[in-house]
Write a protein that binds this ligand. Structure first.
Ligand code: PMP
Length: 339
């Protein structure tokens, strides 16, 4: 089966499962506009639903994944949540290796799915830093015990992670927005940035692709600094599609979360705050830009982190989170039947 047929089928199944077609939040400034895909409107509440669904379904359709196998993956949160839920939905078992420093809400959500969740401690997690490398080492040890039993999607090198965005996120964006000048996206596995880069370079090559990289000492769940963490194969292989890089740190992420709360009454995850501030920095350098970004998840898994570090007061958090599933009035909808 060629890619267009295989991924076209998966795309239809993703939409039927409630994955994709997320709304876009517009944020206007005198010197430009930002448009953000609100990815917590996916079925299992983050951008990683797309990658997980496309990886699992392509493994199933190509005969790699069968019901007698066990899915095994390392994730700092959202991929794990997506895989665990989609596996359960489709009748598979999953075993997930997670840094012990991931938020307590993330770990609770993983455990709720009834799959095997292994929290991995290392030097980083003891210092409150989230680094996936120790979890990946544990996963490899486990696979080596019985290689035939496990299917590891390896989201860092799996082209379905990139192609999920090429076939879903990209077309959804251009079906509702025109004259985009830049796409600005933070890097975790690199699936989102490489998928959107491939899409825009193919169909809208004048759009600049900007990667937002967190500083080496960051605590932004879901993002990776490439000098202290292993460089994902997806990035290594597609680096030439990225036109420029912007660095973001914890204080940018916090500021972004606060600004969005004040301006738009939405409470987003740290990486969304980081992406948003990367857009603001770019806009300051290039006035008049129309920038597309991604808000990978909402604040719902970060209540304890946000309230204990003073990002958001508890009362404010609880008031705003009551509306977390309401699409903002000014959002641009993508929930039409044929994008
Ligand atoms: N933000 C969050 C909250 C995430 O969970 C992830 C996934 N690791 C990302 C950003 C980065 O996305 P990607 O893996 O597609 O680079």
């Amino acid at each position: 089966m060629d890619d267009n047929t295989l991924y076209g089928e998966i795309l239809e199944e993703a939409y039927a499962t409630g994955i994709g077609r997320t709304p876009v939040l517009p944020v206007s400034y005198p010197n430009g506009e930002i448009f953000a895909k609100m990815e917590w409107f996916n079925q299992f509440r983050s951008v990683k639903d797309r990658a997980a669904f496309f990886m699992l379904k392509s493994a199933e359709k190509t005969g790699v994944l069968t019901k007698d196998k066990r899915i095994i993956e390392a994730s700092s949160g959202n991929t794990g949540i997506a895989i665990a839920n989609i596996a359960r939905l489709l009748g598979y078992h999953a075993e997930l290796y997670v840094p012990a420093s991931s938020s307590p809400e993330t770990i609770a959500r993983l455990k709720e799915t009834g799959n095997a969740i292994i929290e991995v401690e290392d030097e980083n997690s003891r210092r409150g830093k989230i680094n996936i490398d120790a979890s990946i080492r544990r996963l490899k040890e486990r696979i080596s015990e019985d290689p035939a039993r496990f299917v590891n999607f390896d989201q860092y090198s799996n082209r379905a992670n990139t192609l999920g965005h090429f076939y879903s996120t990209g077309p959804e964006i251009t079906s509702v927005l025109d004259k985009i000048t830049h796409v600005v996206v933070g890097i975790g596995t690199g699936g989102t940035v490489t998928g959107l880069a491939k899409y825009f370079k193919t169909f809208y090559p004048w759009v600049k692709i900007v990667a937002a990289e967190p500083s080496a000492d960051h605590h932004i769940q879901g993002l990776k600094n490439l000098s202290v963490s292993a460089v994902p194969d997806l990035i290594r292989e597609n680096r030439s599609l990225i036109d420029s890089w912007i660095t973001v740190d914890d204080s940018d992420a916090r500021e972004g979360v606060k600004e969005l709360m004040e301006l738009k009454s939405v409470i987003v995850g740290f990486s969304s705050g980081a992406n948003f501030m990367a857009c603001r920095k770019l806009m300051a350098e290039e006035p008049g830009s129309r920038i597309l970004t991604i808000f990978p998840d909402s604040a719902e898994k970060y209540r304890s982190v946000y309230t204990s570090t003073g990002v958001i007061r508890e009362e404010v958090f609880d008031t705003l989170s009551a509306n977390i599933n309401t699409v903002p009035d000014d959002a641009i909808l993508c929930d039409f039947s044929d994008p």
